[in-house]
Every structure is written in C-alpha cells, then in structure tokens.
Design a protein around this ligand. Sequence first.
Ligand SMILES: Cc1cc2nc3c(=O)[nH]c(=O)nc-3n(C[C@H](O)[C@H](O)[C@H](O)COP(=O)(O)OP(=O)(O)OC[C@H]3O[C@@H](n4cnc5c(N)ncnc54)[C@H](O)[C@@H]3O)c2cc1C
Length: 808
Amino acid sequence: MKSHAQVVVIGGGVVGCSVLFHLARHGWTDVVLLERDELTSGSTWHAAGGMHTINGDPNVAKLQKYTISLYKEIEELSGQATGVHVTGGVLLAATEARMDWLRGVVAKGRYLGLDLEEISAKEAAELMPLLDPKQFVGAVRNSEDGHLDPSGVTHAYAKAARKLGAEVERFTKVEDIVRREDGLWRVITNKGEIVAEHVVNAGGLWAREVGRMVGLELPVLAMEHMYLITEDMPEVKAWNDRTGTEIIHAVDFDGELYLRQERGGMLMGTYEKANKPWSEFSTPWNFGHELLEPDIDRIAPSLEVGFRHFPAFQNTGIKQIINGPFTFAPDGNPLVGPVRGLPGFWSACGVMAGFSQGGGVGLALANWMIHGDPGADIWAMDISRYGDWASMRYTNAKVRENYSRRFSIRFPNEELPAGRGLKTTPIYDLLSAKGAQWGVAYGLEVPLWYAPEGVKDEFSWRRSTDFEHVANEVRMVREGVGLSEISSFAKYRVKGQGAEVWLDRMLACKLPKAGRMTLAPMLKEDGKLIGDFSLANLGNGEWFIAGSGIAEQYHMRWFEQHLPADGSVSLEAVGQKLTGLSIAGPKARELLSKVTHADVSADAFKFMDIRKLDIGMAPCLVGRVSYTGDLGYEIWIEPEYQRHVFQVLLDAGEEFSLGLFGSRALNALRLEKNYGSWAREYRPIYGPLEAGLDRFVAYAKDANFIGKAAALSERKDGGKLRLRAFVMDAVDADVIGDEPIWFKDEVRGWVTSGGYAHGAKVSIAMGYVPKEIAEETDGFEIELLGKRHSARMQAAPLFDANQGRMRG
Ligand SMILES: Cc1cc2nc3c(=O)[nH]c(=O)nc-3n(C[C@H](O)[C@H](O)[C@H](O)COP(=O)(O)OP(=O)(O)OC[C@H]3O[C@@H](n4cnc5c(N)ncnc54)[C@H](O)[C@@H]3O)c2cc1C
C-alpha cells in the first residue's frame, strides 16, 4: 500500500468506485480506494439493480440520465459486464391527483431531454402485460428505465479506474482519520497509514462512523428494505416467447411498488408505511454480506395492493424475500461535496439510489475536487443544505417519513409533519395564536399565512383554501401596512481590519458607504452566481449581510474557504441570535414614527439607509428596504427583545389596521415586482446578466472581485439566457417551478417559480428563456397540469414600476 496519495476514497461500494473512476478519468491518478472487505460489501451487493431517470429535482434527474448513459462506456473501458438492460418502463397512476403529478413529470422531461410520454392505462397494459388496466387511470411511458447487475457495475467502475492508474486496496479498514498541522490528512488503517491531500467519505452504511472519525455527525440513517422474487411465471414466459423482449419496469405509485422481470419470474419491491430503521445509532463493523430477517407482515399491505394491481402474482409462489439496509438523508437526496470547516474532506454518502445516481455523484465530486466546482447545479444533493440542526433524532424522524412517502404525492402547499417544532423564534406562540400556518426553512418554523378559526390548507395542485386569505394579506400591505416575521433570513456580521478589502473581493457590487445598504451579488470564478445578499455598512468597520436562510451553511463554506489566513477578517453567521420583523405598505413610515424617537421622515431615513434605533424600549437595527417592493423596513432584533418589539408594533398599528402577513403573501408581493430569489431564480448556473442582476455588478470597480473576468466576458457576449416574468393565462392553478416554457410550439425555457400575484390579480411565472427570444412579448405558452396556457412577457413590474412608492 502506498504511503502518500492525492486522494483517499473510503468505501468500495458503487459510489466510492464511481468517485475513484471519475477522478482518474478527469486526470487525477494518484488516487486510492480503501475497502475494509471485498468491493460491494455494504448495501451495494443486495440492491435490486433498478435504474431510472426521474427525480423531483430536475438537476438531479439530469445526473441520473448521465449515470445511466455511462454504463456502456465503463463496460467497454473495463471489459467487465455490467448486466445493463434498458428495458423501458411504465409509471402508473391509480388516481387523478397522481396523473396530474405525472403530467408535471412529463412536462419537466421535455426540457431535460427525457423520453417520457403520457399513455392510457390500456396502452400501459399492452406494454406491461401483468397489470390490470382497470386499476389505473393512466400512465407514463419512460424509455430509459432498466436494470443492471450491481456487483458488475461496481467492479466495472473499479477496473476502469485501475486501468486509468487508480489503485484499489481491499481488506483495508480505515480506523481513524487525523488532520495534520500542515492540513494533510493521516488516514490510519489496519495495514498502515496513508497521508492524503483529500479524503472522500463514501462509507455507505458506515458513513456515520467514518464521519465521526473527524468529529462529524452526518444526517444519514439506514432503513431496512425488502423486495421479493417470484418463482418462474407462465405469463412471463409467454410474453418473452411472443415478443422476444423482457417484461418492462413498472412503478406503481399508489401501490408504492416497483417491479421488473428477474430471470423467469418477477421482482417486486415496496416502500412500506410501517418501515423500520436499521442500526439507529451505529453500524456494526462485522456486518457484511448478510441479509436481514424478512418480515412479510410489514410489507403485506403493499403486497395486497400489488397482487390486485398485477393479478398474475396471485398464482405464483415467492421464491425469496431479500431484506437489506441502505442509507438515506432526511430528504432522500445524497449528501455530496466539501464539508464546511474540514478542508480536503469530502462527502459522497446518503446515496439511496446508487445505480441511478452513483455516476452523477462521482462526476460532480471529481469536478469539484479537480476544478473547484461541481460543474452542474447540484444544490439538491449538496451536503451544505443541512446544518447542525439536522441532529440524529431529527434525521431519524425525517428519514422514516421520507421512506414511507417515497412514492407519495407531495402537493405544492403540503407541509410535512416530521421533525417539526425544532427551531422556533420567541414569538412563535403569539403568531400561532393569530392563526399562523407553519412551514419550515433550514429547520426553523416560518409563518406561511394566517388562517381564520377552522380553516386550514387543503392539499391540492390547484388554488386552495388559503387563496382568499393570502389575498387579504396582500391587500393589507398594498393599502395600509402589514407586519411579518423575517427571522428565517441568514445573517452575517463581518468586521476586522481586513473586512472591507475582503468584501470588495468576495462581492461583485460596489461597497456601500457607512449607513447605507446595497444589493450584493456574489460570483464564482466562472462568473456564475453563488449568492445574492443585501450588504449593509454599519460604520466603524462593521458590516451586516442578510441572505437566503436555507443557504447559510452553503455560504459560510464559501466565505470560510476564502477568508485570509492572517485573521484580519472576523466573520460570524448570526443565525437566530438575531431575529427579524418587517413592516411594509404605504403606512409603514407612519407606523415606525409612532414607535421610535428617531427621525424616520423620508428625507432623514432614505431608501437603503440602515441605522440603529430604538423601537419601544428595545435597541434594533433597522434598514429601509422590503422584499415586498413597497415602502418598508426590515427590523433586526436580539431575540430577548423580539416579543416586546412585536407587541409595540401591534399596539401602535391598531390605528392603521395593521395585520400579519406570511411568506405566501410575500411571494405574491415580490412576483408583481419581478423580484427573484435565491435557489429559485438565482442559482450557480446563471450569470448576473442572465439573471438580471448585472445592474448591481460593479464591473468597473478597482477590486478584482471573484468572477470579474468571466462576468466581463458574459457582459460582452451576452450570455445564453435571460430571466423573464410572464403573465399567464391560468384559471385555477398557478406554476410552482420547473414547468416548461414553450415558444412557437417548441420548449425553449423553464419556469423557476411563480404564483398568483394577488395585488395585480394575475398569475405570474418567472423563468429563463434563450436570449434570442427574450425580447419577444407574445407567442409564449407555459405548460401546467398537462395543458399549455398562453403567457405574455411582462418586462416592467406590475406594481410600482417607477419605484415612487418604494423610494418615496
Ligand atoms: C434491498 C435493497 C434494494 C435496493 N435496490 C436498489 C435499486 O434497485 N436501485 C438503486 O439504485 N439502488 C438500490 N438500492 C440502494 C443501493 O444499494 C445504494 O444506493 C448503494 O448501494 C449505495 O452505495 P454506497 O457505495 O454509497 O454504499 P455501500 O454499498 O454501503 O458501500 C460502502 C462501502 O464502504 C466500505 N467501508 C465503510 N467504512 C469503511 C472503512 N472505515 N474502511 C474501509 N471501507 C469502509 C464498506 O465495506 C462498503 O463496501 C437498494 C438497496 C437495498 C438494501
């Protein structure tokens, strides 16, 4: 075994082998994989070997498509058979709500280049002869589904990597990992030690144990999972003989089942409701090629549905039930990327669909290590979407919920119950008493809307019970003044002698003067967005930044990677050590003037001013800015004062009929201002010009901000895309994101977000289209719930286009 390597990959399952292969293929060959046993000794060997392209997140779907396209190539490179069979498949719907969901999947597939087609239940039965068409209302045909040999694929990755110069050490168990003073890692094994620049945790079932070696408690949990294999079935033989083809894959969402042919019989697996975690606290090191005891009672309710939906199963025997564990993150997507605070330590774990996702995970990680960027938008599987709040118990609750809902529909207005009430602000009970309906962002409870007694969300693809109440909240803001809680923003304090120079390099904007704020895009080296913030200069070398709450860990990782080593900059993510309230609407100034002695008149406290002032008796930091696009103020308060400030505002607001508004109203308000938001309109695949943030980029400033050269060339060549707002001819439903945008009968773009703008009383969609058609106003259509709706580009904001209200 070598004593030094550029990269040590821990774990010889499908994911570790894919990472190794991708590193070698992209030019890093001083890489070694350590496996404590034979390759495939975790969850990989007993997988059902199914693969599919669909995923709730379109960017993950793209990587799944890449994974599937890779198998032939690694087979050729390695000479090792992967057993890949692309049979195609059907996705089945037993209810209309499911069919609506599937139509959304087909629509998304159009701009992802997936070959999906809506078909009738009868047509599905012609493709998959075992199903009873009477049990279904419709289906979707997917040509890219299939299955493979899990062991063959894993060995093919490993052999191909070896041919490219990588090494694999089997029966080599990593027992400890220690960071040296010089930043290199000592990887201590039962066979000696390797010093490495980078370490990848691809420990699968033991990812938690490997994480613990460096002080990490990773949010992953293994669940037991069962599938059965039948005896040979005459129906299968008859089909094979008649057509010369295998029986294709089927996913029966309402039965929560997946099926495929296995030799002369069938394989049927299920994500049962009464699920069971495996090894909740730690995974035994002596677990290897064993299977778990099957528990047929647990899967019996699903099988009952399966046997009804696929009657031929009633006449066959079950040859074997496989029960094996595999790991999940709380939302079911992988945990990939550099780990904040541990330079050179990388995560490639929590991969629950290794044969659909392993290739994409390997590619993204290799890109990231070699080029400093994953090369794709992988936010949905970035490990930084979780913070310390994703504790072991939280993970346990969410993983169980996610497993039991693997095939369930999640409606756009549906909030999930597990792992809730974890982080709350001091006014949580006061807002609840006012009817707050809660959502969650980065573990924190956030008010979505305020419901009268007895009213709550009815889950639907269409406008629902909240519609008129959110409309009232919007009206209150636009006609008077509304109050909302904004604690879920991420907040950062930056100070120190080097702070100004550092911020000038990190952020693409011109830095504001003392007492002023600005919008601050942050770019990567390739000139794409990695953040959008509001930046405030508090004077005396103190800076305050507010940004997307869900991206706190993501941004801290980036900030910390770029901090000067001399300690001249101090940076803190303030989290809930600072809570927030916002007041907005034409009467907001009058309200503020009632609760403070400070001069907040239009001339004394201008748009984008920020200052410390008292509200009631409490010291606050108040900025004159509002995401509602109206006259408004953001008020930052230490948590011990939040109740006081809230009550003072409510009391003083009575004469203005002040009421509360939630994030759904805020969404409606920002849409009629054409304001985008992080993780929707602004993502790391768009340049500032494309995203319409170029007006905040100080191309001419002296500082050589990160991404400057690339941003200048984007400005010169115009980039490829443009973010646009559309008014949509929608009747009873609005877009949620990821719908295709048609132009003259071709899919040319995609929606990033949208909703009903209650102020303007229109349905709005925001999304990207190629720049060549970005100045067109007509000829657009947006596909929603299987129908194309005409859409008109809305260049000027529908509310306060001249900004008189906001700046006045
Ligand atoms: C019953 C069942 C059916 C499934 N069906 C499918 C399917 O149809 N399609 C699909 O895509 N996925 C399926 N899966 C999931 C799939 O198996 C996993 O996504 C995949 O195996 C994850 O691979 P991995 O490499 O991350 O982890 P693992 O396979 O667990 O590999 C981790 C490896 O790391 C090694 N290791 C850990 N710690 C150390 C250490 N300290 N030192 C050295 N080596 C170490 C282990 O020995 C192990 O070999 C199924 C899983 C089960 C259980």
